[in-house]
Design a protein around this ligand. Structure first.
Ligand code: BG6
Length: 481
């Protein structure tokens, strides 16, 4: 199958930092269909050779095991092309169309790796140039909108040019191997499903913690904040996969229908419940992994006195028969104690304890990163005498060890899926809009008054109030258990 993959924003950060290295890995693993061309488009004038050199120089930043040898890079780079385009010029789109038509590849993937404010204009121009035929797919990078109405506007324009089957909205968390394993765990194994409900589960915690700060992206981040950057998309997508009903098939729409139902079942926020169940924080100076780091307000390009949140913790419920009354806690933050993304499923305690000592319940930890694995925490008798307290032990499964040669990175997976036309791991417009609808009352409340913003020391697990929020229900975050 021949394909043409076009990156709008071809010299931007996302393209050289994530997309090109991911494509190179796909190439190295022999997974990139032969006969493909990769075209970068951007504003400035360059030759193909210049562009190849531009990417080659940037590959030195890629971690060493993933870096190509000169020869490997040359073979990969022979697929790379470059084209200057002014994204507001119809003639430039006509030129692109001729370039693509001349070859007539089986599939054309147009990846919008630009700033999202350009999406509407690019889509409209693509439509006018006739670059929306049945073999064309469009990939849209987050952030898709800033709130519900801007997301709806982007979707309106996208839908006026492309069908839903042609629109591939990226949430790169869905491409992470651990997230695929979540589907496998739930729907490829009969073991857990009977326990996956309010009768057996006490609470579920989703933590997406980062130890990094905002780096040099202070201006972008300050317009975004943790709620829009991580909760509206990544954390909610994970929640849908944990909470969804078994889909009838493994088809994209069967899965996305079930995810949408979860989003629609989330308890809606009111101003009172935002005040009670949502907490925002901003990091102050502190020490992360042994290094002193500045506070958010001292990061480059962050406006003085900003009240942008770098941390969010919230409590919600999925209002249906399976989950009624089970708290779902979501938490994310920059400059936390560790880079650690995980889902913890805390099971209920035994109904009648016969062993002495504090009863500690079972939990299943789904580790997303940095490790990718599963831990099942059990209580065992440690060879002790009758009447002694039980000890916690865990059954550990490390997917990197279990499948040492088959690990595929998130962007690699998603790019290959876009080329192959598999929509399962992409977000449908109604899901995305429903997620915005759900976070909107939080955005509205926060916009009224920022006096609830807490601070936390860089290198901690966030404001202490986040622990109090969970403790109110009689629970504790995983690291405090
Ligand atoms: C992005 C956010 O979507 O996800 C970033 O914009 C964040 O702020 C990143 O750092 C985290 O992704 P990962 O894969 O490193 O956990």
């Amino acid at each position: 199958m021949s394909f043409d993959l076009v990156f709008f924003g071809g010299t931007g950060d996302l393209t050289w930092r994530k997309l090109m290295p991911a494509l190179f890995q796909a190439f190295r693993h022999g997974k990139l269909p032969a006969g493909g061309r990769i075209l970068a488009v951007a504003r400035d004038e360059r030759s193909d050779a210049d562009y190849r050199q531009f990417i080659r120089e940037r590959f030195v930043d890629v971690d060493s095991s993933k870096r190509p040898s000169d020869d490997e890079f040359d073979r990969f780079a022979s697929m790379l092309h470059y084209r200057r385009m002014d994204l507001s010029q119809p003639t430039d789109y006509a030129g692109l169309k001729s370039w693509l038509d001349e070859r007539g590849a089986d599939t054309v993937v147009l990846y919008l790796a630009t700033s999202p404010h350009l999406f509407p204009v690019i889509c409209e121009q693509l439509g006018s140039a006739g670059l929306n035929g049945p073999k064309v797919r469009v990939v849209l990078e987050k952030p898709l909108g800033h709130d519900l109405s801007s997301a709806q506007e982007i979707n309106r324009v996208v839908r006026s040019v492309f069908s839903e089957q042609q629109a591939f909205r990226i949430d790169h968390y869905l491409g992470k191997p651990s997230v695929q394993n979540l589907m496998a765990l739930r729907f490829g194994n009969a073991l857990f499903e009977p326990l996956w409900n309010r009768q057996s589960i006490a609470n579920i915690q989703i933590t997406l913690a980062e130890s990094l700060g905002v780096g040099t992206r202070g201006d972008f981040y300050d317009r975004t904040g943790a709620l829009r950057d991580m909760i509206q998309n990544h954390a909610l997508q994970l929640l849908t996969m944990i909470a969804m009903e078994p889909p009838s098939t493994n088809d994209a729409d069967a899965i996305r229908d079930e995810k949408l139902k979860v989003l629609k079942s989330l308890r809606p926020f009111t101003p009172a419940s935002v005040a009670r169940d949502v907490l925002r924080g901003q990091y102050k100076a502190g020490t992360v992994e042994g290094k002193a780091v500045p506070g958010y307000l001292d990061e480059v390009k962050v406006p003085a006195g900003s009240t942008c949140e770098t941390f969010v913790a919230l409590r919600t419920e999925v209002q249906n028969w399976r989950w009624a009354g089970v708290p779902f806690y979501l938490r994310t933050g920059k400059r936390l104690a560790a880079r650690d993304a995980q889902i913890v499923v805390n099971f209920r305690e035994v109904p009648h304890p016969i062993f002495p000592g504090t009863p500690r319940a079972n939990k299943l930890v789904i580790k997303l990163q940095p490790e990718d694995g599963l831990e099942l925490h059990l209580l065992a008798a440690k060879g002790a005498g009758q009447g002694d307290a039980l000890s916690p032990v865990s059954l550990d499964l490390d997917f990197d060890k279990a499948f040492p040669t088959d690990r595929v990175g998130a962007y690699e997976r998603l790019l290959l899926d876009a080329i192959a036309g598999r929509l399962n791991l992409f977000v449908r417009s109604d899901e995305q809009e429903q997620a915005w609808r759900w976070v909107e009352p939080i955005l509205d409340s926060w916009a009224q008054d920022a006096s609830d913003l807490k601070t936390y020391a860089a290198g901690s697990w966030g404001p202490p109030a986040a622990s109090a929020m969970v403790a109110r229900d009689g629970f504790a975050w995983a690291e405090e258990q």
